[in-house]
Design a protein around this ligand. Structure first.
Ligand code: ATP
Length: 437
C-alpha cells in the first residue's frame, strides 16, 4: 500500500539530511531553513534543469545575476515600498499577530481574544547602508528577483545585440518578512526564485502568454517528471489580479495539504518598464530598425519558487510501502521515485562484503571510475538488502554491486531502483549503460 502524508515527508527530509531547521542548536528561527548534503544536490539539479530549459536551450533568452540590495528607488518605481504589504491583525489580549486574509473568524485563533483593526504590513526587510543608520541610508533586501531584470533590460539589449522578442532569466534569493511563515518550506522568509521576463511587441502578448504556460507545464511534467494529475493551471480571478496585469495564471501542485501555488505566470504589459522610465529618467523604449517603430515592450513573466518546486518534487516521488517490496523484508519501506536527472545520487557502489580486500579494492576502482561521470555514493556498511533500501529511500536510480565473480570476470550487478531488476554487466560498459538509461 502506498500513501502520502506531509508530516512523514517532513520528518523524512530531516532524517536523511535534505532539510534542517536554520540555527538548529539555538532553537531555530521562524521561516528560515538550511539544506543538507542531499538537499543541495537536489536543489542544484532542479536549478540546472530550469536554467538549461529556459536559457541554454534558447537563443533569445539571456542569463543574469543581479545584486540582492539595489538602489531603493528601484522599489519606489516598482510600487513595492508603497504597496507590497499584507493585512495584519493583532490580538488585543495576547498580542499575537496574524495575516488577516488567512483567518477564518474575527477572533484570535490562539486565545479567542478580540482583534484590532487590520493594518497594512510591508513585507520588505530593511537594512542600512554604511555606518550611519538614518532615513537616508535605508535599503531593502529584494523581495523578488524580477526588478533586477527590469533595471538591466537596457544593458542586456545593448550588449547582446538582440531583437525583440527576447527574455532575461535569473535565479536567486528573495526575502519577504512573511507574517505567518508555514507549511514547512512552502512559505519562508528567505527563499529562492527562478524568474524570466520575456519582452514582446505590444499586441503579441496573448500569444506569448499561452506559449509560456504550455512551456512551463511541459517542464514540470516531462522534464521534472511530476505527475500530470498533481498539477493544474488556475486562472486568477479578476479581484486577485494586480491593477496593471492583463492576465495571470497560477500553476498549482496538489500537496498533501491541498492545491497550492508553485509558479505564477503574468502578462504584465509595460507597467514595470514604464515605471522605471519615469523614476530613472532613462529612455527605455525599444527601437525597431526594420519598421522604424519606437515602443515600450510588453512583458510575460513566468516566476517560480525553487523551494516550493523542491517540496512538490519530493511529495510527488515519495512512496511508503507497508511490508516492503521484497519477500525477505517485512519492514515498512520508503521509495523515492525521482526522475534520474534530478536524483541527488545517481549511482550507489556497494561491495558485497566489506571484509574481503580484493572486493573492496575492486569496488573502490569502480567508484573512482564512475564518480567522474555521476554523483556517486560508496557504501559498505550493513547487509546488502538494507543498503539497497537506504538508496531507494533517497531516490538513487542505480546500484552497482561488486562480488567475488567481479574480481575474475570484471563484471558487476546493476540494479534498477524501480523494477529492482538486476543485470550482469561488464565494468567497461557501466558508464554507457547508465547514460543510455
Ligand atoms: P503567495 O500568494 O503564496 O504568497 P505570491 O503570489 O506572493 O505567493 P509571487 O510574488 O508570484 O508569489 O512569487 C513567485 C513565486 O515565488 C511563487 O509562485 C512561489 O513559488 C515563490 N514564493 C513566493 N513567496 C514565497 C515564500 N514566502 N516562500 C517560498 N516561496 C515563495
Amino acid at each position: 500500500m502506498e500513501n502520502n502524508n506531509f508530516d512523514k515527508i517532513i520528518s523524512f527530509t530531516k532524517r536523511r539530511g535534505f532539510v534542517f531547521q536554520s540555527s538548529d542548536i539555538y532553537g531555530g528561527i521562524g521561516g528560515f531553513y538550511d539544506f543538507g548534503p542531499l538537499g543541495v544536490e537536489l536543489r542544484n539539479n532542479i536549478k540546472n534543469s530550469w536554467w538549461n530549459y529556459m536559457v541554454q536551450k534558447r537563443e533569445n533568452i539571456f542569463g543574469l545575476d543581479s545584486s540582492i540590495i539595489m538602489n531603493p528607488n528601484v522599489w519606489r518605481a516598482s510600487g513595492h515600498i508603497e504597496t507590497f504589504s499584507d493585512p495584519l491583525s493583532e490580538c488585543k489580549k495576547c498580542h499575537k499577530r496574524f495575516r488577516t486574509d488567512h483567518l477564518k473568524e474575527n477572533k484570535c485563533p490562539e486565545c479567542n481574544g478580540d482583534l484590532m483593526e487590520p493594518r497594512n504590513f510591508n513585507l520588505m526587510f530593511k537594512t542600512f547602508i554604511g555606518p550611519v543608520e538614518d532615513d537616508t541610508s535605508i535599503a531593502y533586501l529584494r523581495p523578488e528577483t524580477a526588478q533586477g531584470i527590469f533595471v538591466n533590460y537596457k544593458n542586456i539589449l545593448n550588449t547582446q545585440r538582440t531583437k525583440i522578442p527576447f527574455g532575461i532569466a535569473q535565479i536567486g534569493k528573495a526575502f519577504r518578512n512573511e507574517i505567518t511563515p508555514g507549511n514547512f518550506i512552502f512559505r519562508m522568509r528567505e527563499f529562492e526564485q527562478m524568474e524570466m521576463e520575456y519582452f514582446v511587441k505590444p499586441g503579441k502578448e496573448d500569444e506569448a502568454f499561452k506559449y509560456w504556460i504550455e512551456q512551463r507545464v511541459n517542464w514540470y511534467t516531462n522534464v521534472l517528471g511530476i505527475k500530470k494529475e498533481n498539477l493544474r493551471v488556475r486562472e486568477q480571478e479578476k479581484d486577485e489580479l494586480a491593477h496593471y496585469a492583463k492576465g495571470c495564471v497560477d500553476i498549482e501542485y496538489n500537496f498533501p495539504v491541498g492545491w497550492l501555488e508553485i509558479e505564477g505566470i503574468a502578462s504584465r504589459g509595460d507597467f514595470d518598464l514604464s515605471q522605471h522610465q519615469k523614476f530613472s529618467g532613462e529612455d527605455l523604449n525599444y527601437f525597431d530598425i526594420e519598421t522604424k517603430e519606437k515602443y515600450l515592450p510588453s512583458v510575460i513573466e513566468p516566476s517560480c519558487g525553487l523551494d516550493r518546486i523542491f517540496l512538490a518534487v519530493l511529495c510527488d516521488a515519495f512512496n511508503e510501502i507497508e511490508g516492503g517490496r521484497t519477500q525477505e523484508s517485512e519492514e515498512k519501506e520508503f521509495l523515492l521515485k525521482l526522475k534520474s536527472n534530478i536524483a541527488p545520487v545517481k549511482v550507489a557502489v556497494l561491495p558485497l562484503v566489506k571484509n574481503k580486500e580484493e572486493i573492496t579494492t575492486k569496488a573502490k576502482e569502480v567508484y573512482n571510475m564512475l564518480k567522474d561521470n555521476f554523483s556517486c555514493q560508496y557504501d559498505e556498511t550493513g547487509a546488502i538488502g538494507r543498503r539497497y533500501r537506504r538508496q531507494d529511500e533517497i531516490g538513487t536510480p542505480w546500484a552497482v554491486t561488486i562480488d567475488f565473480e567481479s574480481i575474475v570476470n570484471n563484471d558487476v550487478t546493476l540494479r534498477n531502483r524501480d523494477t529492482m531488476e538486476q543485470q550482469r554487466v561488464k565494468i567497461s560498459d557501466l558508464i554507457s549503460i547508465i547514460n543510455e538509461n
